[in-house]
Design a protein around this ligand. Structure first.
Ligand code: HPA
Length: 279
């Protein structure tokens, strides 16, 4: 058994001792979007600090806990705050919570983040459904001995974002009359925002939004066979696309502004994820 898997099992045992709950959907909340967790029917919470060996986030605006509860009848586990590669954690640490949520029983991973818009058609405050990703600028979380218990060594990445879940999000947004952009997300390491030419590079590579998370978690989840979907909140246009310098405050302000719509979209989408997919 690999060290990484042993550690994961330890965290899982710690969870089992404290919480009796089997989620169907795992939701990771991005910068400024964490308040969503407070709006569900909460059954239990578990601070990351209380899980032995668990990586703990240091970014302001990120709470560090799992929230267990129901969105209508659908059992969910929510990560209120994630850990980022730029904080100095290894990729193994960064994806440990994602792996743990799969072990808890989650079949679906719903990723959210705040991201910079790279596509000139986007505006601050837009939502973008992630249809594919570029993770090549960060190390793969699958580097190192393969965890055979989780998945295979050379895993396929041809449909990271599940087609049926994408269709579900599309349809939900349409019915709620919430505009939903679609595109490719690129993960860079951060923590600095990109330079104008790095943003140009992202665009040339085919990215529509840029951020500092998510893609690595999707790789780890795909390795384990989870069904994945994701939404980026375009908190700003990326560097060089406007005259204004970027700030984390701007990211949080936009996220706050769109929070009510985000809540509506996420809630309805999760409810539908509780039903058998009908596509
Ligand atoms: N770049 C990278 N990450 C981000 C951005 C950005 O412009 N906005 C929010 N997260």
């Amino acid at each position: 058994m690999t060290k990484a898997y042993e550690r994961l099992l330890e965290c899982y045992r710690c969870f089992q001792e404290k919480i009796d709950f089997k989620p169907k959907v795992a939701l990771i909340l991005g910068s400024g979007l964490g308040d969503y967790a407070d709006s569900i029917q909460i059954e239990a919470t578990l601070d990351y600090h209380d899980i032995e060996g668990f990586p703990v986030s240091t970014v302001s605006g990120h709470k560090g806990r799992f929230v267990f509860g129901y969105v209508k009848d659908v059992p969910v586990v929510i990560m209120q705050g994630r850990v980022h590669y730029y904080e100095g954690y290894s990729m193994e640490d960064v994806v440990l919570p994602t792996r743990l949520m799969k072990m808890m029983g989650a079949e679906i991973l719903f990723l959210t983040n705040a991201a910079g818009g790279v596509n000139f058609d986007f505006h601050a405050g837009d939502f973008m459904m992630i249809t594919d990703q570029i993770a090549s600028f960060v190390p793969s979380p699958l580097i190192g001995p393969n965890i055979d218990e989780l998945g295979e060594r050379f895993c396929d990445m041809s449909e990271i974002y599940d087609r049926d879940l994408c269709q579900l999000l599309r349809q939900t947004a349409r019915e709620l009359e919430i505009p939903l952009q679609e595109g490719t997300y690129i993960q860079l390491t951060g923590p600095n925002f990109e330079s104008p030419h790095e943003v140009r590079m992202c665009r040339i590579l085919g990215a529509d939004a840029v951020g500092m998370s998510t893609a690595c978690e999707a790789v780890a989840a795909n390795h384990m066979g989870m069904k994945i979907c994701g939404i980026s909140c375009i908190s700003n246009l990326a560097c060089g696309m406007t005259d204004q310098p970027l700030s984390h405050e701007e990211v949080k302000e936009t996220a706050d502004r769109v929070a009510p719509l985000f809540k509506k979209l996420i809630t309805e989408a999760v409810v539908r994820m509780g039903e058998p997919l009908s596509f």
